[in-house]
Design a protein around this ligand. Structure first.
Ligand code: TYD
Length: 203
C-alpha cells in the first residue's frame, strides 16, 4: 500500500498569487516524482459555482448563506481529497477552511460559527500563507480587470481579510505546519521559498 499523500493548502488574499504558486508547486512536485493533484475552492462543482456567483458579484446572498455554501462545497471537495490522499497522491488545494475564517468573518459572522460549520474538514499537513501586501494585490487585480468586481475585490475588504487571516492563524484551528511566505517578490522567488519550506515533507 502506498503511504498516505500530503495535504498542502495555499492561502492568501485575492491577487496574492496562490493560483500561480499552486501550479508551480504541483509542477515541481511532479518533476520530483511525486504524484500530486491540484484542486481549488470554490470548486467547479454545482455548489462551488453558486459560491463563485457571489464572489464574482453576479449574485447576492446573505453572509450566512455564503458561509454555508462554501462549507457545503468543502464537504464535497473533502471526499475527493480524502480519496486522493488515501491512494498516496499529494493534494495541493488553492484555498480551504482558513479562507472561510478570513472572508466570511469579514462579513460580520462569528468566528466560532464559521469554524463549527467546518469541523468536518481535513486537517492539512501544511498551510502556506502567501502574504502579499494589499497594494500589490490591488495592482494585480486591476491589471487583470478583476478589481471592484465582487464583494471581496476591494482594498478595504482585502485589508479586513488579511487581519482576519492573521487572527485565524493565531487561533488553534488545524493548519498543520504554518508557512508564511512574503508574496511581494517574483513568482520564482516565492516558489523557491515554498519549495524550501516543504522540504521536511518530501523526505
Ligand atoms: P479566487 O481564489 O481568486 O478564485 P477565482 O480566481 O476562481 O475567482 O477567488 C475566490 C474568492 O472566494 C475569493 O474572493 C475568496 C472567496 N472565498 C471565500 O469567501 N470563502 C471561502 O471559503 C473560499 C474558499 C473562498
Amino acid at each position: 500500500m502506498s503511504p498516505r499523500g500530503r495535504f498542502i493548502v495555499l492561502e492568501g488574499l485575492d491577487g496574492a498569487g496562490t493560483t500561480t504558486q499552486g501550479a508551480l508547486l504541483a509542477e515541481r512536485l511532479r518533476a520530483a516524482g511525486i504524484t500530486v493533484e491540484l484542486t481549488k475552492e470554490p470548486t467547479d462543482g454545482v455548489i462551488g459555482r453558486i459560491a463563485r456567483s457571489f464572489t464574482d458579484g453576479r449574485a447576492h446572498f446573505e453572509p450566512e448563506t455564503v458561509a454555508l455554501t462554501f462549507a457545503a462545497d468543502r464537504i464535497e471537495h473533502t471526499v475527493e481529497i480524502r480519496a486522493l490522499l488515501d491512494a498516496g497522491t499529494w493534494v495541493v488545494s488553492d484555498r480551504y477552511v482558513a479562507s472561510s475564517l478570513a472572508y466570511q468573518t469579514s462579513q460580520g459572522l462569528p468566528f466560532e460559527w464559521v469554524r463549527t460549520l467546518n469541523t468536518r474538514a481535513m486537517d492539512p499537513d501544511a498551510t502556506i500563507f502567501v502574504d502579499t501586501p494589499v497594494a500589490s494585490c490591488v495592482a494585480r487585480l486591476e491589471a487583470r480587470g478583476e478589481f471592484n468586481t465582487g464583494p471581496f475585490d476591494q482594498a478595504s475588504a482585502l485589508d479586513a481579510a488579511r487581519d482576519l487571516y492573521l487572527q485565524a492563524f493565531g487561533s488553534d484551528i488545524p493548519l498543520g505546519t504554518l508557512v508564511e511566505v512574503d508574496g511581494d517578490r517574483t513568482r520564482e522567488e516565492v516558489a523557491e521559498a515554498i519549495w524550501d519550506a516543504l522540504e521536511p515533507f518530501r523526505a
